[in-house]
Design a protein around this ligand. Sequence first.
Ligand SMILES: *[C@@H]1O[C@H](CO)[C@@H](O)[C@H](O)[C@H]1NC(C)=O
Length: 251
Amino acid sequence: MGVTRNRLYIWFLFVVFFVTDLVFCRTLSGDPDPCDSTKQREFQKLRSDQITVLINGYSEYRIPLLQTIVASYSSSSIVSSILVLWGNPSTLDQLLDHLYHNLTQYSPGSASISLIQQSSSSLNARFLPRSSVDTRAVLICDDDVEIDRRSLEFAFSVWKSNPDRLVGTFVRSHGFDLQGKEWIYTVHPDKYSIVLTKFMMMKQDYLFEYSCKGGVEMEEMKMIVDRMRNCEDILMNFVAADRLRAGPIMV
Ligand SMILES: *[C@@H]1O[C@H](CO)[C@@H](O)[C@H](O)[C@H]1NC(C)=O
């Protein structure tokens, strides 16, 4: 009798886990091979009327703000889907389940929302190509910046007229420090050359360029990003500028 009950209990647990998994369709990580070039989509065949938002999330204490930001993006008709890329490997599954539940429950719009647990905490992972992204434009952003709907739509209209450029709201400049005799990253009152990943709109091809191309040199630069735990924004600006021979656009 005891054995049967145990077995039933195990079945019960199995069913609960299985169903929970279906209900909370969080994804554990991205595609198995994001650089599989047969999966790279042709720009012309992608949706042009909407964007995909890729938000990086890491801090558990910023979850309430993350929720507000996702709700705000989801209420814009130009947003097709929102992918929250969770990069903190020590966050408990249960918290992520709650977060996913809240994100889908409290977001008013029709944009689809997914929560993707990144398989590594590398900042390079925010630029991985993802097969579910079906729009020409992607918006890379952080979990601490709230942008109003009109600014978002304005940025998209600027990007549509300049689809090869990076378009962003927060900018920096490069400069040469005469004392230290080295190139630095700085704020300049009247020029800019870098847009930050706080809000960076671009064509999704650059995700592929960043993650899958550039050979050994690019691998080495991505290792610097990992070592510094920073500067992925600078590297993406390099990737786009190298392709285009032009800088980003500030909106
Ligand atoms: C989910 O939402 C509830 C109600 O607003 C809140 O109390 C809770 O902290 C949220 N949890 C997460 C993980 O977002």
